[in-house]
Design a protein around this ligand. Structure first.
Ligand code: SIN
Length: 358
């Protein structure tokens, strides 16, 4: 953990958690090859120091490194650490808001994870948690990290009346709910936000804001954060022309607990998977169907009737559906231990049936 030595933890402050990513990346030859770089090289203290002189007056910053990795290498344990740290910060009266610097490759997973485990708490504590990242390493000419971090710090510290507490993200001057982030372009500066309903962070759009409030009204209770080592094992399997039954049968002797099926079109899968998936369901493996198309919802019983152990993902993409299924399986396990007869489908429905912002 690294704390800004100039500020006592009791002074009202914005807490900046560093997770790594391109925003903390360094290119050996930034002028000639800015896209050949290593992510997660610069400490969050240094990122904060770069913008310290231009943050709004009176905003104190404290930084804490949770990880410094390329986000493609994030582990379940990293998510547990981040979720617990965010939860603690939200309950700390000295913390006005939280900013997280993160790699953009898997920011989609972290965005949904934080909404589902800390979204209600952020709302009730009236604090904003803002994820941000960058598409260019920190030493590239025109690096986008400092302006994204500054936007996130400004938004985390602006009064709550123009936009409620919650889990958000900022890139390229625009903000969205973190659960709507998904990197859908390899290089564009707004890649993680390209398909997300969003607003300019300087001027909150009223129709976006009413969508945020509808989602928040529907999200009544955060799900528990799995302990390190307790995350259910869930894999994403993609259906494609020439798919083989072995793609499923290969797993049946493992301790996998769920499959997210990234299907074609409406979320259908190859007929050669039908029989092995029936066996998977008999073994108690949870199935979620989603679409590999990149847009649109996967609806129940379309194109064919769903088997009882298989659920459609609604608007959740495959990476989000995977996190949702892990959290739903874990929540059902905790509920059952407490004598509540709830299933993973009950918890998954709470996530998948959230309203969409249009
Ligand atoms: C990463 O996700 O850590 C690398 C890519 C990025 O941050 O844009």
């Amino acid at each position: 953990m690294s704390l800004n030595p100039n500020i006592s933890e009791n002074t009202s402050h914005i807490l900046v958690f560093g997770m790594g990513g391109t925003i903390a990346g360094l290119a050996p030859n930034p002028e000639t090859s800015p896209l050949q770089y290593e992510a997660g090289q610069v400490g969050v203290d240094a990122l904060v120091a770069q913008v310290q002189s231009v943050v709004p007056k009176g905003v104190k910053l404290v930084s804490r490194q949770i990880a410094n990795v390329n986000s493609r290498n994030l582990t379940d344990a990293h998510l547990t650490s981040l979720g617990l740290a965010v939860g603690q910060a939200l309950l700390d009266s000295a913390v006005r808001g939280v900013v997280i610097t993160h790699g953009t490759d898997t920011i989609e997973e972290t965005g949904l994870f934080l909404q589902i485990t800390c979204g209600k708490l952020a709302q009730t504590q009236s604090k904003r948690v803002i994820l941000t990242g960058a598409m260019l390493p920190s030493n590239a000419p025109g690096a986008d990290g400092p302006s994204n971090l500054l936007d996130a710090l400004r938004w985390a510290s602006t009064p709550i009346d123009n936009c409620p507490g919650g889990i958000y993200a900022v890139m390229d001057g625009r903000g969205c709910m973190a659960m709507d982030l998904a990197k859908r372009h390899a290089t564009a500066l707004n890649a993680p936000l390209q398909n997300a309903p969003s607003s300019s962070v300087g001027l909150i759009n009223p129709s976006w804001l009413s969508g945020v409030k509808a989602v928040q009204a529907a999200w009544s209770e955060d799900l528990p954060i799995p302990q390190e080592g307790e995350w259910p094992w869930v894999e994403i399997l993609t259906s494609h022309a020439g798919a083989r039954p072995e793609t499923i049968t290969h797993w049946l002797s493992s301790s996998v607990q769920g499959f997210v099926l990234a299907g074609s079109g409406h979320g259908g899968f190859h007929d050669d998977w039908i029989e092995p998936l029936d066996r998977a369901m008999v073994q108690g493996i949870a199935l979620v169907r989603t679409t590999r198309t990149g847009a649109g919802s996967t609806l129940p019983n379309i194109p064919e009737l769903d088997a009882p152990g298989c659920r459609a993902s609604g608007s959740l993409t495959a990476p989000r559906a995977r996190i949702a299924l892990q959290l739903a399986l874990n929540a059902a396990k905790q509920a059952n231990k407490a004598g509540k007869p709830l299933t993973w489908q009950d918890f998954f429905a709470r996530i998948a049936d959230l309203p969409e912002i249009r």
